[in-house]
Structure formats: structure tokens, C-alpha cells
Ligand binder design. Structure first.
Ligand code: AMP
Length: 621
């Protein structure tokens, strides 16, 4: 299918009608917030244009709190009250928190440690909430309204306690969590892999201090994390240290004083980052008593100095794949996350290992937040590029769905899903003993089949006879990269199957698509009412039919007065069902259901007695 340009003139929602939702990457070192604007996910910067917010919170004696860059600058002068890497303590007890050295004064508390600060005890949840509050305020200021919610990312290996702690922090910050999303999944979504072909994907995440590898399996548009591995003490900082050591050696320096060490490490980091784009760089730092010293370093030498660090990550990747029972060749794509994946030797090594270039087009520091933003936008119901008159996407222009009882449409693939895409849904039978099912594929945004475009019809036959509602028919819609739709219906117990292929965009011009969309927007409320009415009518028909069957079979169980009462309730339901008030039908449905409860109990007794008749007691039980 070619790129579709869909005009939605005059349909841009007013800014106050947009449902603002954001994605938040609540990171160990840095956090960021992103949103989909003009159809594109982007990180939201602070007033100085900085997208990254250091995940650092400082508590002051006067009860005030500093967050981000300001707090980070105080980390060395006021370490006990300046909390860095609070993510490591989320949902963790004292034993876990004190496993690594830190300057904090921990307090043992049930469930999760607390930190004693100059302004009182704080739980990691409260500390994280301070970071989230700043991101929320930033988002509301730059998007111009209140947020309906946020998708917050967490490491794939986070357990329930850590996830719950993250949710609690969000609630404390006044954020509604639409969903917690695994970080690797968010990265994959940012690259649109959820719409790619099904298969296994790897997410290689090398940050400043940690390394994570996650293996995801994409099935029917949903990612499952099938394996994770990593090293919590390996990251870009280790590469800095190797350069710092080379600097110390080249200049004949012994052990460095703490201030000198900090300056050398900073210079090493700058040199490392420069070597990502230059063949040569200089490590340049003033050393007490020696003045400014400079050591040139080539990319080649840097690679040699750090090859073992890179190899360690590759070993972990291989081991994780092996644990998952997968060969590298089975991995369909690799996503790069984390600032340290900007190093070209890392990209080259991953490309060589997997036999394909890794995905690096998105900023590796932002990719997780971007994916979370995409997901948040979807969950908030902003399926189109909200606020925009134009969509320019290789997408399904109109929703694809099935006709269900009562002439209603059940959407299976929503409009604007990027192709290729596959979605499945389960349906069931309506009547006892039903052995065939008519599948009617429709396209459009409206709730009633009559208002949508009919694409194809076919029948699934050979369903084993079962009680109504017991059969499970899985209907899969698949649209390939060419926009070709195939629909398959499969009965789950015996596996009988039927399918059909259609070209959904065939014959629909852009103008027609625009008109159908316009109609659906204009009629959404009417459609919802029509849908509610049809649903109640279908339910009324079902109940009336079932009651009639029961009366015909076991009417003799009723006294004449009871019979009359049921007949009256049926008449009232029939009359209500011809009207247009779904609530009236609903109340008549419950009246009839209630009025036949005793009858149903008597029928049940009779059925049991019949089943037992003629059998000896010792046969039963
Ligand atoms: P993160 O924890 O994902 O923010 O990653 C931070 C790490 O990425 C630090 O070690 C940075 O030095 C490193 N980094 C950032 N930019 C670059 C670059 N251009 N080349 C190499 N490493 C980088």
C-alpha cells in the first residue's frame, strides 16, 4: 500500500479537547518525559532546552526540595541529603539497599527501606515522586493542559514490589498510570517493531553504569520478554576509567587526589564521546602541581584499551540467547538503547554478532521515553496524529472488523495501525449446537454494519456442536506490507479453519476515506446510542427465545398464575425491545430473568432427576 495522505479538514480537536498523555522513562541516572505531538514522539525539554533530568533529589533543612541539575551539583558537597540512583532502592528492603556502598542513612522499615534526611525520613517512593512531579509539571507546561495519564517504564526484571513502588510514586506525583511498560518493550515500540513482522528481537542497553540485554518475542502485535541478562556494574563509565588510566600512565602520575581524579574522569569521558565521531581526541586535565596535561588518543588505541569490556557484553548476549534456547540467527532485529551505544565499535560488534546492522536511528538516550509516549498516546485514545490535519503514514486508513450479532461491528484492527499488522480476537457461537458461523468482514469507523463498507463474507463450517457461547472461534486479521488483508477463522478445539483474502483499500479514494471518517466523528454519539440499543435488543431476543424453549419443554412445571406472569413479562420485554430506549429494555430483561428464576430451578431439579432415573445409587458419585 502506498503512503496514504488522509485529509481531516476541520477535524482537529481543540487543544483543550486533546487527551494529553506522556511517556516517562524514570531512569537510575536520568529521567525524561516525552509526548506525541503532530504525530511524532518527542522528548520534552526543560526551559533551558535540556531533555534529560538527572534523577537526583536533594532535601534541604528548610523543608524544600531540589530536583535535577541543581541537586546533582550538590551531590558531592551534601551527599547524605542528595539522593542519586534512588531507583536501586524502589521496593527493596534494608539488606538489598546496603549491599552496595552509598552515603545514605538507611532506616529499616517494613517492606521498603527509608532514607533519613535533614528534612525527615523519606521512602524511595517519595523520592521518586519528586522526580515525577517535576516531569509532570514540565509536560503540563509544554503541552498546555492537564495530563490524563502517563506510561512509565520499568526494567524488564523489576519484580512486583518494584513495579508497585513505581506506581505508588506516580500516584503521589498526581499522575494516573495508564500502564507500566518494560523498558526494552518501549524501545522496540519506539522503532515501530510492534507493527513489524512477528519474531524475536533483542534490545541491547548500555548506559553509564549498567548493561542490560533483553530478548523479546513479538506475537500478534504484543511483546513478551522471554529472557533478560546483564551486568549492573558495567557501563560507559568503565570505558572512561580505561582512558583515565592511560592518561595517568602516559603522564607518570601516581595515585590521584580525589579532585584530580574527578577532573581526569570528566576529561576521559569527553575524549570517549569525541572518539565516537572523530578518529582522534585529547584527554586534557589540570593536575595539582603539574598544570594542564594533555594526552592524545586514537580511536584504535581506545578500542584496544576497552575491547575486553565490550567482549563481556557480547558474552552476556550469547549466554542470554542460549538460556532462551535461541540462535543469533533467529533474532530479527536489534535495538540499541543507552548513551554508550553511540560508540561505533559497539555498533560494529553487535552488527557482526547478529549479522545485521542494529537499529540506531533514534537517540539512544531517548528511545525508551519515546516508545512510552507512543504507547501513552494510544492508550489515551489519540489514535490519529492529534491536533493535525494531515496524517502521513503507511497505515490502515479505516478500521477493519467483523459483524457480530445484531448488525454491530467489532473492530479488530483499528484505523491508523501501521502495516504490516496482525490482530486476533475470539468469538463464540450464539445458538446451542451451532455448527457454522458466517464471517462478514467490514471496514469503517461506525458502530453499525449498515454504516460500514462490506469487504468480504465467508463461512466457517464444521464447528463441533456445543452449547451457545462454549465454542471458541479465533479470528485473525492480517494485513501484509502490501495492504492485503487475509482473515482466518479457526475453531480452537478441533482446529477447523476457513479463510479469505481481500484488498481493503481497493476502490476507496482518499476522498471517500475522508468522508467516512468525517461521518464517524460526527456521529460517534449517535452510534454509541445505536450500539447500546442494538446490544439490548440482541439480549432481549436471546432471552425471549430461551424462555420460549423452556416453556415449550417444561411449561407443565408452572401453575397457571405463574405462566401468566411470565407471559406478561415476555410481552413487556417484546414491546420495550421495539422501542428505542436501551435502559427500558434492560430493566425488562432483568424483570423477565428474575421472574423465571424459580422456573429455572424447577427445570434444573427435573433434569437432575431424569439424569439419575434408572441408575443405581452405587453408580452415582
Ligand atoms: P545513559 O546512562 O544511557 O545516559 O548513558 C550514559 C553513558 O553514555 C555515559 O557513559 C556517556 O559517556 C555515554 N555516552 C553519551 N554520549 C556518548 C557518545 N557520543 N559516545 C560514547 N559514549 C557516549
Amino acid at each position: 500500500m502506498a503512503l496514504l495522505q488522509i485529509s481531516e479538514p476541520g477535524m482537529s480537536p481543540e487543544p483543550h479537547q486533546r487527551r494529553l498523555a506522556v511517556g516517562i522513562d524514570l531512569g537510575t541516572t536520568n529521567s525524561l518525559v516525552a509526548a506525541v505531538r503532530s504525530g511524532v514522539a518527542e522528548a520534552l525539554p526543560d526551559e533551558l532546552g535540556r531533555p534529560l533530568l538527572p534523577s537526583v533529589v536533594r532535601y534541604l533543612a528548610d523543608g524544600s526540595v531540589e530536583v535535577g541539575h541543581v541537586a546533582w551539583e550538590c551531590a558531592s558537597e551534601d551527599p547524605r541529603n542528595t539522593i542519586v540512583s534512588v531507583k536501586r532502592y524502589m521496593g527493596r528492603g534494608l539488606a538489598d539497599a546496603t549491599r552496595h556502598p552509598s552515603p545514605y542513612d538507611f532506616v529499616d522499615a517494613p517492606g521498603m527501606v527509608r532514607l533519613r534526611t535533614v528534612s525527615g525520613e523519606r521512602s524511595p517512593v517519595e523520592v521518586s515522586a519528586e522526580i515525577l512531579k517535576v516531569l509532570r509539571a514540565r509536560a503540563e507546561a509544554s503541552l498546555g493542559g492537564e495530563l490524563v495519564g502517563a506510561v512509565i517504564t520499568v526494567p524488564a526484571y523489576f519484580d512486583d514490589a518494584q513495579r508497585q513502588a513505581t506506581k505508588d510514586a506516580a500516584r503521589l506525583a498526581g499522575l494516573d498510570v495508564l500502564r507500566l511498560l518494560n523498558e526494552p518493550t518501549a524501545a522496540a515500540i519506539a522503532y515501530g517493531l510492534d507493527n513489524a513482522s512477528e519474531g524475536v528481537y533483542a534490545v541491547y542497553d548500555l548506559g553509564g553504569g549498567t548493561f542490560d540485554i533483553s530478548i523479546l518475542r513479538l506475537t500478534k502485535g504484543v511483546f513478551e520478554v522471554i529472557a533478560t541478562g546483564g551486568d549492573t556494574a558495567l557501563g560507559g563509565d568503565d570505558f572512561d576509567r580505561r582512558l583515565a588510566e592511560a592518561f595517568v600512565e602516559a603522564n607518570g602520575l601516581g595515585t590521584l587526589a580525589p579532585d584530580d581524579l574527578r577532573r581526569v574522569l570528566k576529561a576521559a569521558r569527553l575524549a570517549k564521546e569525541s572518539l565516537s565521531t572523530h578518529p582522534e581526541a585529547r584527554i586534557e586535565a589540570p593536575i595539582a602541581g603539574r598544570g594542564m596535561l594533555a594526552t592524545p588518543v586514537t580511536a584504535e588505541r581506545f578500542h584496544a584499551l576497552t575491547a575486553d569490556l565490550l567482549d563481556r557484553t557480547l558474552d552476556t548476549v550469547r549466554r542470554t540467547l542460549r538460556d532462551a534456547g535461541l540462535a543469533v540467527s533467529q533474532v530479527a532485529g536489534v535495538v540499541m538503547v543507552g548513551g554508550a551505544t553511540r560508540m561505533p565499535q559497539v555498533r560494529a560488534a553487535i552488527g557482526a554478532l547478529f549479522g545485521k546492522p542494529p537499529l540506531v536511528d533514534l537517540d539512544p538516550d531517548k528511545v525508551v521515553a519515546l516508545g512510552a509516549a507512543v504507547q501513552a498516546n494510544l492508550l489515551a485514545g489519540n489514535r490519529s496524529a492529534d491536533g493535525e490535519d494531515w496524517l502521513l503514514l503507511d497505515v490502515i486508513p479505516l478500521s477493519l472488523g467483523l459483524e457480530t450479532m445484531g448488525g454491530l461491528v467489532e473492530k479488530v484492527i483499528p484505523r491508523n495501525a501501521t502495516i504490516p499488522v496482525a490482530r486476533a480476537q475470539e468469538f463464540t457461537t450464539y445458538k446451542d449446537g451451532q455448527t457454522a458461523m458466517a464471517i462478514h468482514v467490514v471496514q469503517g469507523e461506525r458502530e453499525l454494519v449498515a454504516d460500514c463498507r462490506s469487504l468480504a463474507r465467508f463461512e466457517l463450517r464444521g464447528i463441533p456442536p456445543m452449547a451457545a457461547g462454549a465454542a471458541r472461534i479465533r479470528v485473525t486479521f492480517q494485513v501484509d506490507a502490501d495492504g492485503l488483508l487475509s482473515v482466518t477463522a479457526r475453531e480452537q478445539s478441533q482446529g477447523v479453519e476457513a479463510s479469505i483474502a481481500v484488498k481493503p483499500s481497493y476502490g476507496l479514494s482518499d476522498d471517500e476515506i475522508a468522508r467516512m471518517l468525517q461521518e464517524s466523528f460526527g456521529t460517534a454519539e449517535v452510534d454509541m446510542k445505536a450500539r447500546a440499543l442494538r446490544e439490548q435488543q440482541v439480549e432481549a431476543d436471546r432471552l425471549l427465545a430461551a424462555t420460549q424453549v423452556a416453556l415449550d419443554a417444561d411449561g407443565d412445571l408452572l401453575e397457571p398464575a405463574e405462566r401468566d406472569a411470565i407471559a406478561a413479562a415476555m410481552r413487556e420485554l417484546k414491546a420495550a425491545s421495539q422501542g428505542d430506549d436501551p435502559r427500558a429494555i434492560e430493566s425488562r430483561i432483568s424483570a423477565l430473568a428474575h421472574g423465571t428464576e424459580d422456573f429455572a430451578a424447577r427445570r434444573m431439579d427435573r433434569a437432575v432427576r431424569r439424569a439419575l432415573a434408572g441408575r443405581r445409587l452405587d453408580e452415582i458419585g
